[in-house]
Design a binder for this molecule. Structure first.
Ligand SMILES: [Mg+2]
Length: 180
């Protein structure tokens, strides 16, 4: 993609890993993975790594192909940070992607916004972006409209369903509209 393509800021838990499915069952078409990411282990210090529980993740292989087919530059916008490149990207057949490195995690933003919102606006520096996350609310839409000097799509995905064809269609049509 040329660098004029909008950014696709991608969350993992929710859009790619539908952790909140009904009855907590693996959804059809998904594969179960168990990872012990380095940052996850570090957050449990001083607990030794072997005592830290594995993270169960459901991933849908075809999401990798569907994401790379979108007219965007993909960027990880997830608490997984670089661990997304270590664990999630290979499982989906994605290349190493740029990572938004949060200075802090889970610290609520102003005006009821998601903790990621203000960091995303800062990181994007006015560049057009679509943000895909299961934590987006209208507070975030208002905040981004007021503080981001460029087009933005805040696209909520259900953590019960993960990314579906209609989400890819919405992302594609928004990007195409930006080209005018
Ligand atoms: Mg999430």
């Amino acid at each position: 993609m040329p660098s004029t393509a909008p950014l696709l800021l991608l969350d993992v838990d929710g859009p790619l890993n539908p952790f909140a499915t009904r009855l907590r069952r693996r959804p059809r078409g998904y594969t179960t993975y168990r990872f012990k990411p380095a940052d996850w282990v570090r957050r449990h210090a001083p607990l030794p790594a072997e005592e830290v529980s594995w993270l169960r993740v459901w991933l849908r292989t075809e999401h990798g192909r569907q994401l790379t087919a979108l007219p965007y530059e993909l960027v990880w916008a997830t608490t997984w940070m670089h661990d997304a490149n270590t664990h999630i990207a290979p499982a989906l057949g994605l290349p190493d992607l740029p990572v938004i490195e949060w200075a802090e995690l889970f610290v609520p933003g102003p005006d009821g916004t998601h903790w990621k919102s203000r960091h995303i606006v800062e990181w994007a520096r006015g560049r057009p972006f679509a943000w895909v996350d299961d934590g987006i609310t209208d507070h975030d839409r208002r905040y981004v409209a007021a503080h981001h000097d460029g087009p933005a799509l805040l696209h909520w995905v259900s953590p019960r369903r993960g990314l579906r064809p209609k989400d890819f269609a919405a992302l594609r049509s928004w990007a195409l509209r930006q080209r005018g």
